[in-house]
Write a protein that binds this ligand. Structure first.
Ligand code: SF4
Ligand SMILES: [Zn+2]
Ligand SMILES: [Zn+2]
Length: 452
């Protein structure tokens, strides 16, 4: 359920009881552990640990505190060791201006050369940063999207975290987020997207409360996950699933989850109807990963389940606030299936919503809106933009589809209590103009939705 993405199991204080530490990790739901080296000697130890234990993976690199003798021969060894099968990253590398163990200039050279090595090997990097925020950000900005990094034991600003996420990197939190005086860190946890968060212990350091002061170990990554769950007010299962999926995306560890045909977000149950769609929106990932909050929603046409599979998975619909027909695709493409499932939900006292692009009448070659009557409580339609040209560009559809969508919304009003037009919060879309259009021109509700 959890992955400890940063843990130095080669430290001497694990020597006598490593097997017990590993057993405790397994008993606490830790599926995998990544052990990053700090120098050449520990890089060899990491490769030994990774070959001995199947659920341990490693990273090789030279830590900024250990790079004072940096030269090409060291880089060559890192390069060679990174070819080992279970070495999944270059790390930990970075800048540390808190201690004075290695000159800053040497740190910068070692850091950059190891970043270049990672890119040439198509490996992610594990970054250590202490008191070097400005140089760190300036260095990272030099690299393009080829670089994928974990910012381990993050202790920077919210602004930097957001910029790093924008560049596609991951922010990693350790036991220090449980410390009493860590309000600033917790506020970063609550402000950034969980889809860019990793969890770690940094064992044997950074022991979380209430064990602070003792040696840290991988089992405690559960405490870090619990802290993130309570700070973000989400179930710890979500933290486990999503951060493990993030580790899978960055390091390739573990396996992609099975396709979910139904998935829960908050108190609502979502029905993953299809990945097929008549549109091809620029912001949609249905042809890519098609994952959402750690759920794998990717499916091909052959995998699309029959109505009874959904009905069985729903069980008692009253257990949920709403049953939502959604996913990475257009649900009205399988309108007969949606109708059957929605009828079951209504017969059993539940509420239904369909999230659609509003092209259902074109897709089904007939007006389907009267069929909403009695089985659909809410219809949420992607307006995307009140500007016809921009609409067609964003969705990569003919301009006529804009009028089809508006007609669909107007007609739906006769059969459904709650019709909502939505836009994705993109910088290029004029939100207020869209609201005015939805509310005053079409006469329906309006909502800004997040990008998938
Ligand atoms: S309409 Fe929805 S499912 Fe279809 S491409 Fe656009 S965002 Fe994806
Ligand atoms: Zn570190
Ligand atoms: Zn470390």
């Amino acid at each position: 359920m959890f992955i400890d993405t940063h843990c130095h199991l080669f430290f001497p204080n694990f020597e006598t009881d490593l097997d017990e530490v590993i057993d405790r990790a397994k008993n606490n739901g830790i599926d995998y552990i990544i052990v990053p080296a700090t120098d050449i000697a520990t890089a060899y130890k990491v490769t030994e640990l990774a070959s001995k234990y199947d659920f341990i993976y490693g990273a090789v690199g030279v830590h900024p505190q250990d790079c004072k003798n940096w030269d090409d021969s060291i880089l060559k060894v890192i390069d060679e060791l990174s070819n080992e099968k279970k070495i999944v990253a270059i790390g930990e590398i970075g800048l540390d201006y808190y201690y004075d163990y290695s000159p800053k200039e040497t740190q910068k050279i070692a850091f950059k050369q190891q970043l270049d090595l990672a890119i040439s090997k198509d490996l992610p990097v594990i970054i250590h940063n202490r008191d070097a925020d400005i140089d760190m950000m300036n260095t990272i900005r030099l690299y393009n999207s080829n670089l994928k990094a974990q910012f381990h034991c993050f202790n920077g600003s919210l602004q930097d975290a957001k910029e790093l996420i924008e560049m596609g990197h991951y922010i990693s939190f350790t036991g220090n987020i449980t410390f009493k005086k860590a309000d600033a860190l917790r506020s970063i946890v609550s402000s950034i997207d969980i889809n860019n968060i990793l969890i770690e212990t940094d064992s044997p350091f950074m022991t979380p409360e209430p064990n602070r002061g003792k040696r840290n170990e991988p089992a405690n990554v559960k405490i870090v996950a619990n802290q993130i769950a309570s700070t973000k007010s989400i179930p710890v299962e979500d933290v486990g699933r999503i951060t493990s999926f993030n580790a899978f995306k960055l390091f390739g560890i573990g396996a992609k989850n099975e396709t979910c045909f139904v998935y829960q977000l908050g108190n609502s149950l979502y029905i993953n109807v299809t990945n097929r769609c008549n549109a091809n929106c620029v912001f949609c990932d249905r042809k890519g990963e098609a994952s959402l909050h750690g759920y794998n929603l990717k499916m091909n046409k052959q995998q699309e389940p029959a109505a009874d599979v959904y009905i069985k998975a729903i069980g008692d619909p009253k257990a949920y606030e709403e049953i939502v027909f959604c996913g990475y695709g257009e649900p009205t493409i399988r309108w007969n299936i949606v109708k059957e499932v929605a009828a079951y939900v209504k017969q059993n006292g539940g509420k239904t919503r369909i999230n659609t692009n509003g092209h259902g009448n074109v897709v089904n070659k007939r007006d389907i809106t009267p069929e909403f009557s009695g089985i659909i409580d809410s219809v949420s339609i992607s307006l995307n933009s009140p500007d016809i040209g921009q609409y067609a560009e964003l969705m990569r559809v003919n301009k006529e589809m804009f009028n089809e969508m508006i007609t669909f919304a107007r007609k739906a009003k006769a059969y459904v209590n709650n019709v909502v037009l939505t836009v994705v919060s993109l910088d290029s879309v004029e939100i207020e103009k869209a609201r005015e259009f939805a509310e005053n021109v079409v006469g329906v509700n309006f909502r800004v939705r997040k990008l998938f």
